[in-house]
Design a protein around this ligand. Structure first.
Ligand code: PLP
Length: 448
């Protein structure tokens, strides 16, 4: 250990050592593009050396140099109960002793599907997959298969995983890296995607007026979190429902980030059923895997009946419904009690209030937006209604803020286009540690 962990009395020690992380990054770069297995981890948006984490417990991360951080990434959402939660750990250990993967059906798959179906009222059936990307990719195929149409509407700034036709104007990682589209996505794939500004009903109406009979579906983040948190304006979800119905297209609500986080029934549980009916398909991931690769898509039994082996739309997976991953997901969902959601709300508000007070004190323009207890801090003044608004952020100021927080033992998402994730394990000591770090970070943001 080369630096002492932060004390719990609320005075953060300055973190000065990153030699071990830097050495691992060097090694990683030789064998992995950019040294990382997912681009946003590379710190390109904020500069500096990403921290290699050795272990995590509750709200704390410990890196390979022995530094400790209060974690405000929480694996981008899944660790809603905190790291290595005892109940989830026990479930995983118990499942693992009975074997890792069978390639035949097993009970945990049924139990996890039942848990999801029981929480989100319009869903009658789900199919389990391994990642949010797989969930949206499969939902898209199902929508196209069920409607016999091929065009897809998505919104700028919404991210639905790295699915070819959805990698247009996709927010966060891509926003940070200023890659509006990915190389390697054929024009034919992008050609069938219509990208519209979020929260713009007139734009949706115009697109359907022109292409209505070619559009298989509208896919939207239930409440976007991948351009920062930009909730749907009142009536927007209902308008999507109405317009898709009028034109015989399906509505896919991507709840990979919001599902089981914004409420026990995700964003759907908070916003309620839009006038005109529920979305046709939902996608989930993140929380429902409890930190393991498990995701899902679901809808009515009739629509899901189009999938193989019952129907003509093919979809499959060697590790789908993996017994260890489903055990983790099940234990996590069962652990998401009303008290857990209360605690997350309390922690989120304490941190957001502290951040806003510190940034205001130092005159740093900012806007905090919410989707239930999910929030992000935009480094721009005024409401953020869409991706264009989000792009007015002072990303350099965020970079200084991020590093000042990191230096004081608080690990924020390394991009200003992300939600800050908290867990129910963020106790008063962890929250206090964050609050103590905020004033110096706000001062750093202000000092250009
Ligand atoms: C994270 C995310 C995805 C992609 O999930 P992966 O598991 O990273 O493939 C899709 N949609 C939304 C809304 C997400 O936040």
């Amino acid at each position: 250990m080369t630096s002492s962990p932060s004390t719990h009395d609320g005075t953060p020690d300055r973190i000065t050592r990153d030699e071990a992380s830097a050495a691992l990054l060097q090694r990683a770069r030789d064998v992995t593009p950019g040294g990382v297995n997912s681009p946003v981890r590379a710190f390109r948006g904020v500069g500096g050396t990403p921290r290699f984490i050795a272990s995590a417990k509750g709200p704390w991360l410990t890196d390979v140099d022995g530094n400790r951080y209060v974690d405000l990434i929480c694996s981008w959402g899944p660790m809603i109960l905190g790291h290595a939660h005892p109940d989830v750990l026990a479930a995983v250990q118990e499942a693992a002793t009975r074997g890792f993967s069978f390639g035949t059906p097993s009970e945990n798959e049924v139990a996890l599907a039942e848990e999801i179906v029981s929480r989100v009222e319009p869903i009658e059936q789900v199919r389990l997959v391994n990642s949010g990307t797989e969930a949206t990719m499969s939902a898209l195929r199902l929508a196209r298969g069920a409607t016999g149409r091929s065009s897809v509407v998505k919104f700028a700034g919404c991210y639905h995983g790295h699915v070819d036709p959805l990698l247009a104007s996709a927010g966060s990682g891509l926003a940070t890296f200023a890659l509006p589209d990915s190389a390697g996505v054929p024009a034919s794939a992008a050609h069938e995607t219509i990208v519209l500004p979020y929260n713009d009903i007139a734009a949706v109406e115009a697109a359907f007026a022109e292409h209505g009979d070619e559009i298989a579906c509208v896919i939207t983040e239930a409440s976007p979190g991948n351009m920062g948190v930009v909730p749907p304006a009142p009536g927007f979800t209902a308008a999507l429902r109405r317009i898709t119905r009028e034109h015989g297209a399906l509505l896919i609500s991507d709840e990979v980030m919001t599902g089981f986080r914004c409420s026990a029934a995700g964003w759907y549980g908070l916003e309620g059923e839009p006038e005109g009916g529920a979305p046709d398909l939902f996608t989930f991931g993140k929380v429902m895997g409890g930190g393991f690769p498990a995701a899902a898509f679901g809808g009515s039994a009739e629509l899901m009946g189009n999938l193989a082996p019952d129907g003509p739309v093919y979809q499959a997976g060697t590790l789908s419904g993996n017994p260890v991953a489903t055990a983790a997901g099940l234990a996590t969902l069962r652990g998401c009690t009303p008290e857990v959601y209360d605690r997350i709300g309390t922690v989120a508000h304490a941190i957001a209030d502290g951040a806003s007070a510190a940034l205001s004190q130092h005159g740093v323009p900012h806007t905090i937006q919410w989707a239930g207890s999910m929030f992000s801090v935009f480094f721009t003044g005024g409401a953020v209604r869409n991706y264009d608004d989000a792009k007015t952020q002072d990303t350099a100021a965020f970079g200084r803020f991020f590093h000042a927080m990191l230096d004081q033992g608080v690990h924020l998402p390394p991009s200003s286009f992300e939600a800050w994730f908290v867990s129910a394990s963020h106790d008063d000591a962890a929250v206090e540690h964050v609050l103590q770090a905020l004033p110096a970070a706000a001062a750093a943001a202000a000092a250009s």
